[in-house]
Design a protein around this ligand. Structure first.
Ligand SMILES: C[S@@+](CC[C@H](N)C(=O)[O-])C[C@H]1O[C@@H](n2cnc3c(N)ncnc32)[C@H](O)[C@@H]1O
Length: 281
């Protein structure tokens, strides 16, 4: 079977589970053959060996089972950077890019120097902000050792050498956070899915770490603790950008407004509530 036929067979097989079967088949075949995606197009008549086809088809079967492409490729592009992702970290989402845009604008306007990122996962938030701005220091915290290991690898592979020592990773618990430093900017995309919704998640989300999704009872537990962290660890002139569940905007905002803080809501590209900016009143 040649490349063209293999792609066509795979795309047909994947059609039920994805809106982009051709693109995904191409990505998986390129990964499997360790070639550039464009090489597939220019060499579409090349015959695959049985071993090459079997390897490719195993990946296609993984995808058919619902496993996200990013976990198969162990890569996800976020804000133009190519992050390593494994089953131990949430796949960075396009929705989170709005938080990055708002933070970059804030850092540049206010000449912010220090950042704390809570629940860092792959490290996509602090690494992107360090890469794109003149931030001087970032601390990235997660409860998962495995996530911290991935975030460290991402910092090493993505940040220019002169910025690599500007980020420190720390195992820590948002629900029992102990830090005396104050920061110009605090960011977080905490787990925010109410526990009772976890049973009915779409199949692809079932591959992501539960601890990255589980926002406990009402999905708001982390925000209650983050409000206390902001009161202690955010500079009086500082700000926080927090991702929220689109259906919990009002309740999220109330938590901060009841805590000597004030919040401003931002929508994502689909016009859904997605990020709040929190400052002192
Ligand atoms: C929704 S994911 C976000 C990951 C990453 N910041 C992103 O935007 O892709 C939430 C992260 O919080 C971490 N986490 C869960 N419970 C935590 C806790 N109690 N303390 C610190 N981090 C926690 C998870 O391990 C996960 O990496």
């Amino acid at each position: 079977m040649d490349i063209r036929e293999a792609l066509s067979k795979a795309a047909e097989y994947l059609i039920e589970i994805t809106d982009s079967p051709i693109l995904e088949a191409e990505l998986l075949l390129a990964y499997s053959l360790e070639v550039d995606k464009y090489e597939l197009i220019t060499k579409s008549n090349r015959i695959l060996t049985d071993k090459e086809f079997d390897h490719f088809w195993q990946l296609i079967k993984d995808r058919k089972s619902g496993k996200p492409v990013a976990y198969i490729l162990e890569r996800k592009e976020f804000f133009g950077l190519d992050f390593i992702v494994t089953k131990d970290v949430l796949i960075p989402r396009p929705e989170t890019e709005i938080l990055i845009e708002l933070s970059i604008e804030y850092i540049e306007k206010h000449k912010a120097k220090s950042l704390l990122d809570l629940g860092t996962g792959s490290g996509c938030i602090p690494i992107t902000l360090l890469y794109k701005t003149e931030l001087e220091q970032a601390r990235a915290v997660d409860i998962s050792n495995e996530a911290i290991e991935i975030a460290q690898r991402n910092a090493k592979s993505l940040l220019p050498i002169q910025k690599q020592n500007r980020i420190g990773f720390q195992k820590g618990d948002i629900l029992n956070y102990n830090d005396d430093t104050t920061y110009d900017l605090i960011t977080s995309n905490p787990p925010y899915i109410p526990s009772k919704e976890l049973a009915d998640l779409p199949i692809d989300l079932s591959f992501e770490p539960r601890s990255a999704l589980d926002g406990k009872e009402d999905g708001l537990t982390f925000y209650r603790y983050i409000a206390q962290i902001l009161k202690k660890n955010m500079k009086k002139t500082g700000a926080a950008f927090l991702e929220i569940h689109s259906t919990l905007a009002e309740q999220s905002i109330k938590i901060f407004n009841d805590n000597e803080l004030q919040s401003e809501l931002y929508l994502d590209l689909a016009n859904k509530p997605r990020v709040i900016k929190v400052t002192f009143k």
